[in-house]
Design a protein around this ligand. Structure first.
Ligand SMILES: Cc1cc2nc3c(=O)[nH]c(=O)nc-3n(C[C@H](O)[C@H](O)[C@H](O)COP(=O)(O)OP(=O)(O)OC[C@H]3O[C@@H](n4cnc5c(N)ncnc54)[C@H](O)[C@@H]3O)c2cc1C
Length: 280
């Protein structure tokens, strides 16, 4: 299956990319790893007249630590995140999450920036990004701005990014090892039926959930139930996990009913909390 015809543009700097987005408006689409965009173009769900390839734009693929925070370029692949020594030592939730994404081919091409902007309700990164309270940096014609992870995901396949902006960097805090990502995947694609990321930090526990509702979310009911507990019992964790899908309108499809997704959210929350608290 071939996509409809389009013009291929290959800028080499961020400024040039922004100029192209401004010039071509909503007829232009950015291309990162292409693992979501190209299938959408082949299915005629996306029909861009101009495809602007980020592949040659300088300095969009890196993992750098400075001052207790780690900065990740948007074009960093899932594989680079999975295999990064810096992340394994300083933010192990990211390599653990990356290892759950698709297969080797997907991880070699797909990027964290493309995943976050695509905002697939079953994508893995949003859960980890929410639990880590990441900052997302966007660049556009008016300059740069930073959006907090919990304000970035707006709805199904919708984020806070404007059409003339580029996601250029994600910043996460260095964390201790008390983190976990537990997921039940759709067997053919690997996408999450319910994926739960947990970070146990000095200020409490943070829980990000993907695959269940139209967008990834923080399970604030779970976080509140465990507030102030440094070493909750198994029973306290099980009680808290029951709030994993509070006030969420769960999705249903041929792979899992809404009720089953809610059940998986609770089970994976319990497992992720147990592992994260257990590794303190
Ligand atoms: C077979 C298969 C299995 C998969 N399994 C999983 C899985 O288990 N878990 C999972 O999470 N994902 C999975 N994916 C999706 C994969 O992770 C994709 O790589 C990801 O969703 C999109 O990233 P990309 O770099 O390919 O982006 P693209 O497909 O190139 O782009 C996606 C969208 O983001 C926009 N975009 C890209 N980069 C930027 C940027 N820097 N700034 C602004 N806009 C940008 C594009 O314009 C486009 O609209 C799977 C994909 C396939 C094909």
């Amino acid at each position: 299956m071939y996509p409809a015809s389009f013009e291929y543009l290959r800028p080499s700097t961020l400024d040039e990319t922004i100029r192209l987005l401004v010039e071509h408006g909503d007829e232009a689409t950015l291309l990162a790893g292409g693992h979501s965009l190209i299938p959408a173009m082949k299915l005629r769900l996306a029909l861009p007249k101009f495809v602007v390839d980020l592949g040659r734009v300088a300095d969009l693929s890196y993992i750098r630590e400075s001052g207790g925070r780690i900065a990740i370029g948007a074009m960093t692949t899932h594989h680079a995140l999975e295999s990064s020594g810096v992340l394994r030592a300083r933010c192990p939730l990211l390599p653990e999450t990356a290892a759950h994404i698709g297969d080797v081919q997907v991880r070699n091409r797909g990027t964290i920036g493309g995943s976050l902007v695509h905002a697939d309700p079953a994508g893995d990164w949003p859960a980890a990004i929410l639990a880590l309270e990441a900052e997302i940096e966007l660049a556009g014609p008016k300059g740069r701005r930073t959006v907090r992870a919990d304000a970035f995901f707006v709805d199904l396949l919708q984020t806070a990014i404007a059409p003339d902006e580029i996601l250029c960097e994600i910043r996460v805090p260095a964390t201790p090892r008390s983190v976990a990502y537990e997921k039940t995947e759709q067997k053919a694609s690997g996408f999450a039926l319910a994926g739960v990321a947990v970070v146990v930090g000095s200020t409490g526990v943070r829980v990000g959930v993907t695959g269940v509702g139209p967008k990834a979310y923080r399970a604030s009911g779970v976080e509140r139930a465990l507030a102030g507990q440094a070493a909750p019992t198994g029973e306290a964790i099980a009680q808290a996990a029951r709030h994993a899908a509070d006030r969420i309108e769960a999705l249903g499809d041929i792979h899992a009913s809404p009720e089953f997704r809610v059940h998986l959210a609770e089970v994976n929350t319990r497992r992720a909390l147990t592992r994260a608290f257990g590794s303190r």
